[in-house]
Design a protein around this ligand. Structure first.
Ligand code: AMP
Ligand code: MG
Length: 480
């Protein structure tokens, strides 16, 4: 384990010891990931000791990171890891340098009113969803280990406590830049900029205007990321700038959810009263967040503020064009079509309109279209729309649009982008409920199914279905 972040000035972090827990038990250890990271085999007893924070490895850095952030549009000048400790960094062959962080490891100087702990539920949720995102091919932090601490935490009720080991390309957020920029500590903004470029954006190292190219590169990864989210119906739920990762991974699985019945204005998070982070708002919020990052870099982009503004505007315009084009491309691919062709774009727009008015399940709509193409059976698809005549005529038009391409190539394209299995909200709730009772069998079953989300699996039909009326989850909670 090495520790480059702790070589930055002291102001970047606080030294923190994880607070021991009373009886740690391993719920899940991601041995496949461990292997990919080059971690040598550890027995269960030692996994429990290490990843509960009771006995961190000797060469751990043990720091909590300092950051700030815009939360629901309001600037909070001091946040930081209130319940997390960085053990250190792994230099891996497969993924380069990665952070290993314990989340739920006890009080830190950044805990504010919190207890520094996590309930088991959010640990389970993050483990399932982050790993599912990985298998869906979406940049994300990973989950190496989930621990039941043996201690209780007080939330709305008394719940079992948990600790998650999160693996991330780094934990640098837009909010980390905001911490220093809001204090006009330009020296440290520059240090953070150089550190970030060195760690995540080597390709712009010798650029003439590093700050501008950095902004452009971060924006480009964010536009790819959010387009991917839109393609699988993922709602992050809390796109505050402290939850936006500079290396471009999905991070912070607090109140996240997948849409079931399609509605662009869908919100699940219990704390998102205005719908700021609604499904369809995500691209717009991503732009808002990019402006926050730009604000921290102006001085480095150009000493002349009006020139700096002009340059930033150029990047933002590019960002908007990129993200719109990428989302359209992702959506068109979901129905096997090329984007940038007017009829194709109209076809996906028409389908989305029909999906919205019939409240069809986002995932099932596309996977049943795959099914139709593969098995020549349109019933499951049409049934979702109650065999409405508009959907029949949409299907006829769509068939004309795809007729010039080989069926196999379209099918391959669609099968690689339209999952059959996603971590549905109601399935996660079921898993958490039984985990709180000490039964982790549903948790393991669900993780297994989500390892191959694009392939049909015998006996797993209930994992692919939309929730029944009484299973629909209306709200998700951060659980902090
Ligand atoms: P999040 O909503 O998870 O992004 O958290 C926002 C901020 O609150 C971060 O600084 C977290 O570290 C902090 N926080 C969340 N939950 C807790 C907790 N249980 N104890 C201490 N700090 C917390
Ligand atoms: Mg967070």
């Amino acid at each position: 384990m090495s520790n480059t972040y702790s070589e930055l000035p002291d102001i970047f972090y606080e030294k923190v010891e994880p607070i021991p827990v009373s009886d740690p038990k391993v719920i899940a250890f991601n041995s496949r990931l461990a292997k990919e990271l080059g971690i040598k085999e550890i027995d269960n007893k030692n996994i429990a000791k290490i990843f509960s924070g009771n006995e961190p490895p000797e060469n751990s850095s043990l720091i909590s990171l300092r950051y700030a952030g815009h939360q629901f549009g309001t600037f909070v000048n001091q946040l930081g890891d209130g319940r997390a400790v960085l053990l250190g960094e792994l230099d891996t062959k497969n993924y380069g340098r990665l952070d290993v962080q314990l989340k739920g490891s006890g009080l830190t100087p950044f805990s504010r009113q919190g207890d520094g702990r996590s309930a088991l539920g959010p640990v389970i949720r993050e483990y399932i969803v982050s790993e599912a995102m990985f298998h869906l091919g979406i940049p994300t932090t990973r989950s190496l280990c989930a621990i039941d601490t043996g201690d209780k935490v007080m939330r709305d009720s008394i719940l079992p406590g948990g600790i998650l080991t999160r693996i991330a390309r780094s934990h640098i957020r837009i909010g980390t830049f905001e911490y220093f920029a809001s204090r006009e500590d330009w020296d440290n903004v520059e240090k953070l900029l150089n550190y970030s470029i060195n760690r995540h954006y080597q390709e712009i190292k010798s650029s003439d205007n590093k700050a501008l190219e950095f902004l452009r590169s971060v924006a480009s990864r964010q536009s790819d990321l959010v387009s991917d989210w839109m393609g699988i119906g993922f709602i992050h739920g809390v796109m505050n700038t402290d939850n936006i990762s500079i290396p471009g991974e999905t991070i912070d699985y607090g109140p996240c959810a997948f849409i079931d019945s399609y509605d662009p204005m869908k919100v699940f998070s219990s704390i998102d009263h205005q719908g700021r982070y609604a499904f369809g708002n995500q691209p717009q919020i991503c732009l808002w967040n990019m402006y926050c990052l730009a604000g921290c870099l102006m001085k480095f982009i150009d000493q002349d503020m009006s020139k700096a503004k002009e340059k930033v505007e150029g990047v933002m315009q590019e960002f908007v064009e990129n993200i719109n084009a990428k989302i359209l491309q992702v959506l068109c691919t979901k129905v096997g079509l090329e984007s940038e062709i007017t009829e194709n774009e109209q076809s996906i727009k028409d389908l989305l309109n029909l999906m919205k008015s019939h409240e069809t399940d986002y995932t099932q709509t596309f996977s049943s279209l795959n099914y139709y193409l593969e098995f020549n059976d349109s019933k499951p698809f049409l049934n979702l729309f109650e065999n409405n005549k508009d959907i029949t005529s949409w299907l006829e038009k769509w068939e004309k649009l795809i007729q010039d391409q080989s069926k196999q190539s379209i099918l391959n394209k669609m099968k690689s982008i339209n999952p059959i299995y996603i971590p549905r909200n109601h399935l996660i709730e079921e898993v958490i409920e039984s985990a709180n009772e000490g039964d982790f069998s549903l948790f393991h079953q669900l993780n297994k199914v989500l390892e191959t989300p694009f392939s049909f699996q015998e006996d797993s039909e209930n994992y692919s279905l939309a929730p029944k009326e009484n299973q629909i989850v209306k709200q998700t909670f951060c659980g902090t």
